[in-house]
Design a protein around this ligand. Structure first.
Ligand SMILES: Nc1nc2c(ncn2[C@@H]2O[C@H](COP(=O)(O)OP(=O)(O)OP(=O)(O)O)[C@@H](O)[C@H]2O)c(=O)[nH]1
Ligand SMILES: [Mg+2]
Length: 394
């Protein structure tokens, strides 16, 4: 195994014990920790884990590396395969997350669980060219570079067999990232890169961690411009299993851009919650109109039906979009819906109470109405985020 240079290991201030002879003597005979951690986010990648491990072994060879698989509760037994491998090779580690989603946050937590001075991320499905890893590492070790990106949009790189639609979406997302957030690489959408630990640590507290696109997030969150290099590679065809690419990834990307641009002023989840609330108002009016004019229901019944449809619709949309990373399924969906309706019911009562009190105090009617509505929106958002979509999975 190659030893880690002492300079890489020395934190800014070590306790005095670190310099004492017995410890130094003991450490002289231990195996150093990994020099490179390769983070592999997985969701249902059972049949790709072993082929990827074989490729990493072949390319990283005698280097001191480890593979950290961050699995989000895969239903196909991915975690079991990783456990089995890890029992045979201590360079394989598993971080298993329950009730959590998202490639970006999986990467962040994988890096947090590693102590290596260099960390890389690679897809499990063999689409990335793992043979670039030694060159990425050499660049970081030998040159003043913070991050090396595997790029599909430089000479000799390519997107493989994507259809025209996906290629267009990726090109648009790339332009947005480069223009709006000034990401200085040709392929800010790439999910394949290696970064120096300090550069990651400096950006860590500013990261949004939303969705799929961690590279954009890293560039936009770093307190200083990251010194970047790109190495070309051709995106391969997925080896086994199914793609997780869907329209939601686009929405999450827009949320990430919004968070980076205005997130310091207003939380992007709150904006999404507002947008969903706006769509709920339209739903409400459409159902009310249909109840009154097509089914000829009494007003109170039509209004009750419209309220119910809007609440279920709002809950479902918020569950899909605003809280996609904490999405509730099965019975949790049902309990979540009940708590959402209860919280919004309390919000409605508070809304009427506050608006009526202000109105009685001679406030203008629309100002009283707006104040009541604003109060209930903030309450609904705060309470459902704390209770319905709790951080621990609801
Ligand atoms: N931990 C974790 N990993 C994820 C999640 N979503 C996707 N992944 C993994 O991230 C990697 C990239 O996902 P893919 O579905 O291959 O996305 P893609 O490469 O953009 O799409 P395709 O080209 O169609 O394969 C794969 O290893 C996935 O298993 C997630 O929510 N959590
Ligand atoms: Mg893939």
């Amino acid at each position: 195994m190659s030893a880690v240079p002492a300079s890489e290991l020395a934190p800014k201030s070590l306790p005095a014990d670190a310099a004492r002879a017995p410890l130094l003597e003991r450490l002289a005979h231990t195996q150093p920790g990994p020099h490179l951690s390769v983070i592999v986010p997985t969701r249902n990648e059972r049949d790709n884990v072993i082929p990827l491990y074989n490729l990493l072994c072949a390319t990283l060879n005698e280097r001191n590396w480890e593979m950290i698989v961050v699995d989000d509760d895969s239903a196909d037994g991915t975690a079991e395969v990783v456990c089995w491998l890890a029992q045979h090779d201590r360079r394989v580690r598993l971080l298993s997350r329950i009730g959590r989603r998202g490639l970006a946050s999986a990467f962040v937590e994988g890096v947090q669980a590693s102590t290596a001075p260099y960390v890389a991320v690679i897809d499990a499905d063999l689409q990335h060219d793992e043979t670039l890893l030694p060159r990425m590492l050499a660049l970081l070790e030998n040159e003043p570079v913070d991050i090396v990106v595997g790029s599909r949009y430089v000479d000799e790189g390519g997107v493989g067999d994507w259809d025209a639609g996906r290629a267009r979406i990726s090109a648009l997302a790339t332009r947005l990232g480069r223009k709006l957030l000034r990401v200085p690489v040709n392929d800010p959408m790439s999910g394949f890169f290696m970064i120096r630990r300090e550069a990651f640590a400096d950006a860590l507290r500013n990261l949004s961690g939303i969705g799929f696109k961690i590279l954009v997030d890293l560039f936009a969150s770093s307190p200083r411009p990251l010194r970047a290099r790109e190495l070309p590679f051709e995106f391969r065809t997925r080896h086994a299993g199914e793609s997780k690419f869907d329209a939601m990834i686009g929405i999450e990307y827009l949320m990430l851009l919004a968070d980076k641009l205005i997130g310091h002023i207003v939380p992007v989840r709150f904006l999404m919650f507002l947008a969903v609330g706006g769509s709920g108002l339209i739903n409400h009016l459409v159902v009310l109109w249909m109840g009154l004019n097509l089914v000829h229901m009494p007003f109170a019944a039509a209004q009750g039906l419209a309220t119910g449809v809007a609440m279920v619709g709002n809950f479902t949309l918020n569950n899909m979009l605003t809280y996609r990373d904490r999405r509730l399924t099965g019975w949790k969906f049902v309990y979540g819906l009940a708590s959402f309706c209860a919280i919004c019911g309390i919000g409605a009562l508070a809304n009427v109470g506050i608006a009526s009190a202000l109105f009685a105090d001679h406030a203008v009617w629309w100002l009283a109405g707006l104040a009541g509505a604003a109060m209930s929106v903030v309450w609904n958002y705060a309470a459902t985020s704390a209770l319905t979509w709790r951080q621990d999975g609801g």
